[in-house]
Design a protein around this ligand. Structure first.
Ligand code: NJP
Length: 245
């Protein structure tokens, strides 16, 4: 019988790549996001199930989770991202609250709703946080704050889940070329491209590879954290460009 995986934010980037990878590894993937047409295309290609999901809306989370089988083996809390790049003195309230709703409350709501099914399935939770969960940088206050919070929630869960068979892993990527920067810069594709200019960013598939590795360890092994960056990136802000790397 196939294992059951739930992947949030699977309509693009890391979530989509993770669903494709897990499907190859014989998971039946329940994929969620707001852009249902993209999800349906993905689900048809990987033999998965597409369900509309907005992690910022509790009714949407409950409706989604009600459709997951009673035994769930993997939850990948990936839905999230950044909005804007501005100093705190010019912070945009709507950006900050949407980032908190998506990256922190969304992760909490999905986890809370699926926890009984994950316990029943002796499952695994993978939270996609960020290098921004470990470092701060100028103009990144809104995003670093929510990713630090997501990491704190993950660490709290690690403590609360001890004594259960449920494993939990924090995967923290550096620069990955996805739609992340296009969303951050409100559709400005030229500005988004410059983030990855003259260096080789990670691919979404590289993060899917980390997810695949973490969840395929033996049941007694818990990979607490993976921090993964491109070779040309040493920190959130130190990036070597023009070196052919
Ligand atoms: O970005 P992108 P990534 N409800 O924009 C979904 C973290 N990360 O794959 O709803 C449900 O291609 C959205 O779907 P839709 C990052 O913080 C990235 O790079 O249809 N889903 C889409 O599928 C995030 O946590 C980098 O718009 C919602 C997906 O989220 C994760 O990696 C670096 C939603 C975003 O896909 C995946 O991001 C890093 C909602 N309310 C951490 N709102 C990086 N790329 O460099 C959004 O450190 N989504």
């Amino acid at each position: 019988m196939n294992k059951i995986a739930v992947i949030t934010g699977a309509s693009s980037g890391i979530g989509e790549a993770t669903a494709r990878r897990l499907a190859q590894e014989n998971y039946r993937c329940f994929v969620g996001a707001r852009r249902i047409e993209r999800l349906e295309k993905l689900a048809s290609e990987i033999g998965g199930v597409a369900i509309e999901l907005d992690v910022t809306r509790i009714e949407s989370v409950e409706k989604f989770c009600a459709q997951i089988p009673d035994e769930c083996h993997l939850l990948v809390n990936n839905a999230g991202g950044a909005l804007g790049l501005a100093p705190i003195g010019e912070a945009n309230d709507e950006h900050w609250s949407t980032m908190y709703e998506t990256n922190v409350l969304g992760l909490m709501r999905m986890t809370r709703a699926l926890l009984p099914k994950l316990v029943a399935g002796r499952g695994h939770i993978v939270n996609i946080t960020s290098v921004a969960a470990r470092e701060v940088y100028p103009n990144g206050g809104g995003y670093t704050a929510v990713k630090h919070a997501a990491r704190a929630v993950t660490q709290t869960l690690r403590l609360e889940l001890v004594g259960t068979p449920v494993r939990i892993t924090d995967i923290a990527p550096g620069l990955v070329e996805t739609e992340f920067s296009i969303v951050r810069f409100d559709g400005d594709e030229d500005r988004a491209k410059r983030v990855y200019e003259d260096m080789t960013p990670l691919l979404a598939a590289d993060i899917a590879d980390c997810v695949s590795w973490a969840v395929s360890r033996p049941a007694h092994v818990n990979i607490d954290e993976i921090l993964v960056k491109p070779i040309a990136q040493a920190s959130a802000t130190v990036v070597a460009r023009g070196k052919g790397l």
